[in-house]
Design a protein around this ligand. Structure first.
Ligand code: 5GP
Ligand code: MN
Length: 342
């Protein structure tokens, strides 16, 4: 959508200069990070390069099928050393924040490896690579990878199309979120033309809930709070609930999106105390207000309409830091229907 910018040209030159690539993405990877890794890996291999993929965190069950297309390894100190020694370039996908790559980050300095970043987050828009393709207007990192592949003239195979489709549906909420635009739909149409089965992919990505996860969602949703005259929904999950249902932080994926269906709602805040004293905050806007600054100021980040931050302390501490900020944002908003769209 952006055309061949200087940064994209620099990225293509970066690919041309190197032979053995290591790819990574952020901690607790999602379908965009993983789908982008797999698509890029398949593209690079088709261009005769060697590729390895190594992430800080494991691949969630929902995305395990992607590893049939490209092996994705999880961080282990000895393995990471080996991967960094073997590679002559590193590509970081779906984050431009060094801390978010987790335990791989300290190896960047020790191995003095050239780095390219491909991302669509606004919060760290300068990037830490020699090459930084950071395009906040892209709905998914996979959308940028798709553009890059087409610019390179490499054929899109069914496998590449599948990985990119997973990236796209993950970050657009299956074409429902405010970042969904004509480029995202055109890309989807093109990908479908390469023979992928959208229903099968949707089932593979979404049909991974355990009964415990649904009961956990049910418990948390029963205690849904509606504040700020119906504009703010607040959810809380306690460590005891994670433990009782045998879940981890990544299992809350999708929970924060559920209250979006409430009429008149502007913002959802989920406070997940994944372990005692560690609260993962997830914020969502239904489209009129931007909430990323609330998280960025506290050391987190994200997009105008989907952002997060990890906070130390109790859930009450986290609420005390977040809710007054949301109050200010919501108090400044015109009544629905009269305000301009964000
Ligand atoms: P989620 O609430 O689904 O975890 O994250 C929503 C968005 O905010 C994603 O784009 C994610 O990358 C970003 N995000 C979530 N947590 C953090 C964080 O701790 N730091 C930063 N920089 N971004 C985050
Ligand atoms: Mn993304």
């Amino acid at each position: 959508m952006t055309g061949a910018t200087p940064e994209r040209r620099a990225f293509h030159e970066f690919l041309a200069r190197h032979r053995r690539f290591l790819l990574t993405t952020h901690i607790n990877p999602d379908g965009d990070g993983l789908g982008s890794e797999v698509a890029l890996a398949l593209w690079l291999r088709a261009s005769g390069r060697e590729v390895a993929v190594l992430n800080d965190s494991p691949v969630p069950a929902a995305f395990e099928f992607l590893t049939a297309l490209q092996a994705i390894q999880q961080f282990e100190p000895a393995l990471a050393e080996q991967r960094f020694e073997q590679a002559d370039a590193l590509i970081v996908l779906d984050t431009s924040n060094r801390q978010r790559v987790g335990r791989l980050s300290p190896l960047f300095d020790r191995h003095v490896i050239p780095i390219a970043v491909v991302d669509h987050h606004v919060s760290h828009a300068t990037g830490f690579g020699q090459v930084n393709v950071i395009e906040p207007e892209a709905s998914a990192t996979g959308e940028i990878v798709y553009d890059l592949i087409r610019e390179a003239g490499t054929p899109i195979t069914r496998e590449i199309a599948e990985a990119l489709y997973v990236a796209l549906i993950t970050d657009t909420g299956s074409f429902r979120f405010s970042n969904t635009d004509s480029h995202a739909h055109r890309m989807a149409a093109d990908l479908l033309g390469h023979g992928l089965d959208p229903q099968r992919l949707h089932i593979q990505v979404s049909a991974h809930a355990s009964a415990g996860r649904l009961r956990f969602f049910g418990e948390v949703l029963t205690r849904l709070e509606i504040l700020e005259e119906g504009r703010l929904a607040v959810l809380e999950a306690a460590p005891e609930q994670f433990e009782r249902h045998g879940l981890v932080g990544a299992d809350t994926d999708g929970l924060v999106d559920m209250p979006r269906s409430i009429a008149g709602l502007e913002v959802v805040a989920l406070f997940s105390e994944v372990e005692p004293g560690k609260v993962k905050v997830s914020l969502r806007s239904t489209g009129r207000v931007a909430i990323d600054q609330v998280c960025t100021r506290l050391g987190g980040g994200g997009h105008p309409h989907a952002a997060g931050v990890m906070l130390r302390g109790t859930r009450a501490d986290a609420r005390a830091r977040i809710l007054p900020e949301l109050h200010k944002i919501l108090a400044a908003l015109e009544p629905a229907g009269r305000g301009s769209a964000a």
